[in-house]
Design a protein around this ligand. Sequence first.
Ligand SMILES: NC(=O)c1ccc[n+]([C@@H]2O[C@H](COP(=O)([O-])OP(=O)(O)OC[C@H]3O[C@@H](n4cnc5c(N)ncnc54)[C@H](OP(=O)(O)O)[C@@H]3O)[C@@H](O)[C@H]2O)c1
Length: 326
Amino acid sequence: MRHHRILVCGGGGFIGRYVVDRLAARVASVVVPTRRRDRVKQLIVLPTAEVVDADVHDPVVLGRLIADCDAVINLVGILHGNYPPAANAPYGSRFLQAHVELPRRIVASCEKHGVRRLLHVSALGADSKGPSMYLRSKGDGERVVQSSSTVETTIFRPSVVFGRDDRFLNLFARMAPWMPVMAVGRPEARFQPIWVGDVASAIVNSLDELETHGRTYELCGPGIYTLGDLVRFASRASGHPRPVIGLPDSVAKAMAWVFEHLLGEPVMSRDNLDSLSVDCIASRQPYWPAPELGVRPTPMEPEAMLYLAGLHPRTRYSGFRARARR
Ligand SMILES: NC(=O)c1ccc[n+]([C@@H]2O[C@H](COP(=O)([O-])OP(=O)(O)OC[C@H]3O[C@@H](n4cnc5c(N)ncnc54)[C@H](OP(=O)(O)O)[C@@H]3O)[C@@H](O)[C@H]2O)c1
């Protein structure tokens, strides 16, 4: 490859681990800063990956990491922040720091150290005037990345991403055994789920591909599903088929408020519900990824069956049967 030493911010996350795995086989070295080295053991064993304990929000630390590389991939992202933001603010400090300030510092540091390539992962629907703090901050982050005149940038906007360790289909599959019915807010919201391996391949393939410079790519799978369809599918795949009922917005928001006030990451926040007010599907249908990304989108059901089915002995072999069309 033309690039030899790549910094992958957010490389220890769900999508990042696939990106690092694919990159590590193709470049001389991949540097992965993380706050929790113990959780990325699978990357530590890759001979060309260097996992380092580092705070990427510290400009000196970030500068040192970037100066030593010839390309940067930024996957840092969060799903939840304080709700609602302070009066007149489009989002709170957590979104500002992760989705806007960090990209700003990455761009500035690339410019300072002469690093000419930056790949940035945003989200489908990112829009500075979007309905949620998540989407507004992602939109502002894109604008920061696009503002550089010296760094060649490519932005990726995935729809919801599924894969063995996802926190979306797995969440519903794990909830199903405990729920007689699955009650969700905005069950009519539409998604076009993409497999994590396809997202990672698109990112890695674009690194050296001149045609991707300055472009923004939506990343979607071949099928469109409502949230209700996805919850039904996940519960069925886990061996606990459940009916799905839609909650009125006021009840869904009240439940989300409760989740936000429990310990740990909320399963659903009020801001997530705001994001669901716009469909998370490609702007042009039928969707097909740009050929320069070198990806053929994987259908969701057979792939997701493989790992969701593993949660329950009765469906352990459904994924293999689905793949074999039996
Ligand atoms: N998963 C999806 O369905 C989906 C859909 C659309 C867009 N995206 C975007 O794709 C990107 C990757 O998503 P993912 O699902 O892989 O997320 P993830 O598993 O939560 O990983 C996020 C990564 O960001 C880092 N990170 C999070 N908060 C941070 C903070 N405050 N400071 C420094 N680092 C921080 C984490 O680093 P540590 O290793 O230090 O924990 C982690 O490696 C994100 O930008 C996300 O918004 C994801």
